[in-house]
Design a protein around this ligand. Structure first.
Ligand code: NAG
Ligand code: NAG
Length: 462
């Protein structure tokens, strides 16, 4: 029989081991990728996440939040200083701290913050800023929301975007530098899968879920008649309200992924949330990433509202767009259409303005599509066995990131009238840019852009 003090010291050792295992810190990085009242939910959902993390005892000094922060006080907001993710939901703006606002919210600053590069941040913005100052025992939770686009995640400001290759390189660098034990990334954006698909290694302890696969758009919810805006996202509201009521010590990452998948299946199949990276992490419980383990106490369903993100009115569409759950990148068109439909109280002048706005957006959409077709035609004179249809319909991955970046920048300069930040629906055509860059030389692609943008007067429209 083991002497008594032997058993005791074994017990002590076990306790010490447990404490060591749990000694890592939790870090959270929240990113909102768009500005303007029209992009209401892209700022309200990260604010919701901020409160969820704070409620789960993640200390404020370990949360970094990047948001343009112009929605809560926009003159169009009927309740100043108010943000919700459901009509009638609690005000999420008070106490929603932000560390980078307005022009500081860029992909460059984001990458420095993520990789814990304090000096780099200071160089970029001329002041000290909070970074993810994590070490080898720490766990990270990253939540990002934007309209997205094939291989890109946009940030506020004209044509500023994070490319998938730059995000993946930063993650690999963090793994080499042992800046985390495990990392979870939730991304809501159209084509969000394209930021990770075929790129994120499975063996660097990073697990991600995305609201859409690489080749499809994602969808919004929760039209608020009073606020005249879509205030939630299907994927976002699904996980946020789930985290608010779940026992985070029991529910696993996989179970939460299924919650988002189910939400996106209703009412008619919308998008297909995906998982990428290290799927062994599926069995990890949510508390490891969304709560500070010692202090966290499971809440008793604080929110009893119907929270699956489908506030349904009668079914209706405009130009084929579902106005209950429109695609994220259709937000301007869907919002304007709904404002017009519900505009009985507006002056006839305001109604005319809305109609003109809608007509202009439909025109931009149509021109962006025909321009893309002409662009492909112009870039394909010596195509090796590929047809224009192959390029226009192919769903290829970004193989030539340099060319894609250059083409996107050049196009933005040459065609400010099709402003992809302002009109995210135009980003759908970017898949053709990716395909072209994979098969044609960069020079051919650039020359085609030069030639075709010259012909389209919409390019010079404001
Ligand atoms: C955070 O906790 C407070 C107090 O329990 C609650 O009123 C609030 O709804 C919670 N917020 C979120 C986003 O869960
Ligand atoms: C991706 O989405 C498209 C469109 O919704 C769908 O047709 C396709 O099957 C999906 N692919 C995967 C891998 O989920």
């Amino acid at each position: 029989m083991m002497p008594r003090h032997g058993v005791l010291s074994l017990l002590l050792l076990a306790v010490v081991l447990v404490v060591c295992v749990e000694s890592g810190k939790n870090w959270v990085l929240l990113v909102s990728g768009a500005e303007g009242y029209i992009n209401y939910n892209i700022q309200s959902c990260p604010c919701h996440a901020y409160h969820t993390m704070r409620n789960n005892s993640i200390p404020p000094e370990n949360i970094v939040h990047m948001s343009y922060d112009d929605v809560a006080h926009d003159p169009e907001n009927p309740i100043q200083g108010n943000l919700v993710t459901l009509p009638g939901g609690p005000n999420l703006y008070p106490g929603c701290e932000m560390d980078y606002r307005k022009k500081e919210v860029t992909p460059e600053v984001f990458l420095k913050v993520l990789t814990g590069d304090k000096e780099g941040v200071k160089k970029l913005i001329g002041r000290d800023g909070k970074v993810i100052d994590s070490g080898p025992d720490d766990r990270l939770f990253v939540y990002m929301m934007d309209h997205g686009g094939p291989g890109v995640f946009f940030f506020p400001g004209t044509n500023v975007k994070l490319h998938n290759t730059d995000l993946i390189n930063a993650l690999k660098q963090m793994h080499r530098e042992k800046r985390y034990k495990e990392m979870v990334i939730y991304m809501e954006a159209c084509h969000s899968g394209s930021m990770f698909d075929g790129l994120l290694p499975k063996n660097i302890n990073i697990y991600t879920t995305t609201s859409a696969n690489a080749t499809e758009v994602a969808f919004m919810c929760c039209w608020d008649k009073f606020r005249k805006a879509y205030v939630g996202g299907i994927y976002d509201n699904a996980w946020l309200y789930d985290s608010d009521k779940a026992n985070l010590h029991k529910e696993t990452l996989y179970q939460q992924y299924v919650v988002t998948k189910k939400a996106c299946e209703k009412p008619a199949y919308k998008s297909h949330p995906q998982q990428y990276g290290d799927l062994n992490m599926n069995k990890d419980v949510l508390a490891q990433f969304q709560a500070k383990s010692e202090k966290y106490i499971p809440s008793v369903c604080p929110n009893t509202q119907k929270t699956d993100g489908h506030i349904q009115g009668p079914e209706f569409t405009f130009a084929g767009i579902d106005l209950n759950n429109p695609a994220l990148d259709m937000v301007q068109i869907a919002t304007t259409a709904r404002r017009l439909i519900e505009s009985r109280d507006l002056s006839s002048q305001k109604r005319e303005e809305l109609k003109a706005e809608l007509r202009h957006m439909m025109l931009v959409k149509e021109k962006a599509e025909s321009l893309t077709k002409d662009l492909v035609k112009a870039a394909m004179p010596n195509s090796r066995g590929l047809t224009e249809t192959d390029i226009l319909t192919g769903k290829e991955r970004v193989d030539n990131s340099e060319c894609y970046k250059a083409a996107l920048n050049f196009f933005s300069t040459r065609c400010p009238g099709i402003n992809m930040r302002r009109y995210p629906f135009a980003r759908r055509n970017l898949q053709a840019f990716i395909n072209l860059c994979n098969h044609q030389s960069q020079i051919d692609v650039m020359n085609a852009i030069l030639e075709v943008t010259e012909k389209y007067s919409i390019c010079r429209a404001q």
